[in-house]
Design a protein around this ligand. Structure first.
Ligand code: EPZ
Length: 427
């Protein structure tokens, strides 16, 4: 077990390069199963969720080789299993993409039902409704979802809620179905477009990704391709907020500024200077942080995956801010940790009222999940004194080299081993 120890109060300055998008990569790796030939995937992030996806691919019989620093080759020609057991699936929620990929590839799949998590209930009823509409029979037995289809057939699917995972899963299953599939009320996140582009590079016929109507005309074969994953919009947004919270000056390279417009607009409203370049964004503190209101929404709205980070920033602002979480019903758990650092936040259901106090104080805290962990890092960097963050395995699920990147910007952060039998101090 390890923890981060951060001595806060430093103004972070310099350049950081953003890694590839976790939420694209965890879908693109399973999607490679659909090909009849090997695929080369470039710009794969070095994070533990990817280690987990590779383990699953290998267990299914795919050959996965690292051929460059961040390049892997997936050869799916000899897969011999359709099963993703609980022991493997439980470590990566996105293992549900193996349902769509295996169903599309071999017509059957047996994948562990993803469990609940710290964000609240996360049903996959819309994924299953989509598979069923395409002609799959579905049963759940001892926590495993069994999907079988003699022949998947294109169909019209209307999602009751906008779902990123559901949209991608149905695209995967429909790629090789017979005829035309139309997904309405589709999610529009950048990684939906990325996965569609990857599938099209293999010969799929997908139109409309990035809008709320996606049309997929089934093809018989998908071939190998070489594809590079897009930059991580959420990692980029996290560094933008880090620059704001430390009154710093950070040039964030390797980004697609269009993906970050909601964050840019909010930071400008709060009083931070944001300048966009072709593939970079520079964020500079002005010494002023003003209150604002934030409501999370599906893309192109403000992303829920940056809600804990911006809420943390607003504790440092002047005035009362309102943050409404409209995607998940339980994404304010980290607030208790921020309170231990002196934050004044009250939560009522989906709404948090943040009384900006202008400062935070270091304390021992824990990461409740990936983005809550990022929020603790931001709090620790901005706080007076020392912050110790436990449960950092959550953070390492999705942020490549975060400690290294922060150090290069001047942060005082180190990873230390927690001795066996250690019990976290209460502040
Ligand atoms: C994806 O999760 C991301 N994960 C999440 O990122 C992200 O927070 C979320 O989209 C929203 O942007 C991946 O891409 C791997 P949803 P996903 O289906 O697909 C409800 C992170 O920190 N819903 O868009 O599971 C659901 O309960 C993670 O990187 C149903 O009711 O999210 C939620 O309220 C965390 N039925 C809403 O829709 C369904 O069948 C959106 O969920 C599916 C979803």
């Amino acid at each position: 077990m390890e923890k981060y120890v951060i001595r806060g109060g430093k103004r972070l300055q310099g350049e950081v390069t953003i890694s590839a998008a976790k939420n694209s990569a965890v879908a693109i790796l399973p999607a490679a199963l659909l090909s009849d030939e090997p695929c080369i995937i470039d710009n794969v992030p070095d994070i533990s969720d990817i280690d987990c996806a590779i383990k699953i691919l290998r267990r299914l019989g795919a050959e996965v080789k690292q051929t460059g620093k961040s390049t892997i080759r997936i050869d799916p020609r000899h897969i011999h299993s359709d099963t993703v057991e609980y022991e493997l699936g439980k470590n990566m929620r996105a293992s549900y993409y193996f349902m769509g990929a295996l169903l599309g590839k071999v017509g059957h799949a047996n994948v562990s039902m993803p469990g609940g998590c710290d964000l609240g209930a996360r049903p996959i009823d819309q994924h299953l409704k989509g598979f069923q509409t395409l002609g799959a029979d579905i049963s759940v037995d001892y926590g495993m979802v069994r999907l079988t289809a003699h022949q998947l057939t294109g169909a019209h699917i209307y999602f009751d809620v906008v779902t990123v995972g559901g949209t991608i899963n149905v695209m995967l299953a429909a790629c090789k179905a017979k005829g035309l599939t139309i997904i309405e009320n589709a999610a529009k996140e950048p990684h939906i477009v990325d996965v569609a582009n990857f599938l099209n590079s293999m010969g799929a016929d997908i139109m409309g990704a990035g809008t709320d109507v996606i049309k997929i005309r089934g093809v018989e074969h998908l071939h190998g391709c070489e594809y590079s994953i897009i930059p991580d919009q959420i990692e980029a947004g996290t560094f933008m907020i880090i620059a704001a919270a430390t009154n710093g000056d950070i040039l964030i390279r390797g980004v697609i500024p269009k993906h970050l417009e909601a964050v840019t607009a909010k930071l400008q409203k709060i009083g931070v200077k944001v300048v966009e370049y072709d593939d970079a964004i520079r964020v500079t503190g002005t010494g002023v942080l003003r209150k604002t209101s934030v409501k999370t929404m599906p893309h192109p709205g403000f992303p829920t995956d940056l809600q804990p980070q911006i809420t943390t920033l607003l504790t440092l602002a002047s005035g009362t801010s309102i943050v409404t979480e409209d995607i998940f019903d339980n994404r304010f758990k980290y607030v208790d940790e921020l309170r231990r650092m002196g934050a004044d936040i009250s939560v009522d259901g989906k709404v948090a009222v943040v009384e900006g106090t202008g400062k935070l104080k270091g304390a021992p805290v824990k990461a409740n999940d990936l983005r809550a962990g990022a929020a603790m890092i931001i709090a620790g960097l901005a706080a007076d004194g020392v912050t110790e963050i436990e449960n950092i395995h959550y953070i390492e699920r999705g942020y490549e080299g975060i400690e290294r990147k922060l150090k290069a910007l001047g942060a005082d952060i180190k990873k230390v081993v927690i001795p066996d039998g250690y019990i976290q101090k209460q502040a």
